[in-house]
Design a protein around this ligand. Structure first.
Ligand SMILES: Nc1ncnc2c1ncn2[C@@H]1O[C@H](COP(=O)(O)OP(=O)(O)O)[C@@H](O)[C@H]1O
Ligand SMILES: [Mg+2]
Length: 240
């Protein structure tokens, strides 16, 4: 799908401090509709905090966030989620005592059970978990739990989904499956903002990349532009 020319998300001057630590330090960026945008940066550079600010899990000290035409900074997480802005967490959150299918149905508030079940079965098929639908989530591998979480997010129509390190700790085969799954859902009209450490992978699957360093937007651009940016290289590899 070609990248849209209008932003689905805009942030400006975002600032978040935790005591003496400035986790996000004046960040401003846009995520274009229909894009697959990567958010990269060294450990502790403020990536997860940026997601927390966008999804209402943390309130910014300063700055604005627009999702489509609505200003959402400081809104409650459920209100933001209800309008089609979903996320996954760095530490996967599934309900271990529930089956795979039940985990998906939990994500379907407000829909009729029958259509929710149909949607769930479609998504399980898409991620290749149909055979495990009645298995308890506690019995799944870490990677399979990530697939469940990813499928659950899409039980509701999503305009923008933020993925926090979806490939961390996932083996290469399953990573490729996840990528294929994300690309399919992107084809159904979801925009993605993805955090990951694996630069090579992000460079391959994203069409636009934002680079954070110490809470600041170091640079942004196409994978080619970012890959050759000397500041990015030294921030990633300079002192390692
Ligand atoms: N809830 C919190 N309380 C205190 N410090 C935090 C909290 N969340 C994040 N930080 C600090 O903010 C900085 C950025 O963290 P984070 O956003 O998790 O970075 P990243 O996701 O890029 O690794 C780090 O120094 C981290 O220790
Ligand atoms: Mg993080």
């Amino acid at each position: 799908m070609s990248e849209g020319s209008e932003p689905v998300l805009r942030t400006d001057g975002l600032l978040k401090r935790f005591g003496g630590v400035t986790a996000v330090d004046g960040c401003g960026f846009e995520v274009m509709r229909d894009s697959m945008t990567g958010l990269i940066g060294p450990n502790g550079s403020g990536k997860t905090t940026t997601f927390d600010l966008i999804t209402g899990f943390q309130r910014p000290d300063k700055g604005t966030i627009y999702f489509e035409d609505n200003r959402i900074d400081g809104d409650r997480p459920y209100r933001i989620a209800r309008n089609g802005l979903g996320r996954t967490f760095q530490i996967t959150r599934v309900f271990p005592q529930m089956t795979v299918l039940e985990n998906l149905l939990v994500g379907a508030t407000g829909t009729e059970l029958r259509s929710a079940a149909a949607r769930a079965l479609h998504l399980l098929d898409l991620v290749g978990l149909s055979d495990l639908r009645d298995e308890f989530c506690s019995r799944l591998s870490f990677g399979q739990q990530k697939l469940v979480e990813m499928a659950r997010i899409h039980m509701r129509p999503q305009k923008l989904v933020l993925l926090d390190e979806p490939f961390a700790g996932v083996n290469p085969t399953l990573t490729e499956k996840l990528v294929a799954y994300i690309e399919k859902l992107r084809g159904e009209g979801t925009t993605y903002l993805i955090i990951d450490h694996e630069m090579k992978l992000i460079m391959r699957i994203c069409d636009r990349i934002l680079v954070l360093d110490q809470g600041k937007l170091l640079t942004e651009g196409s994978p080619e532009e970012v890959q050759t940016n000397s500041q990015v290289l030294s921030s990633y590899f300079g002192d390692k």
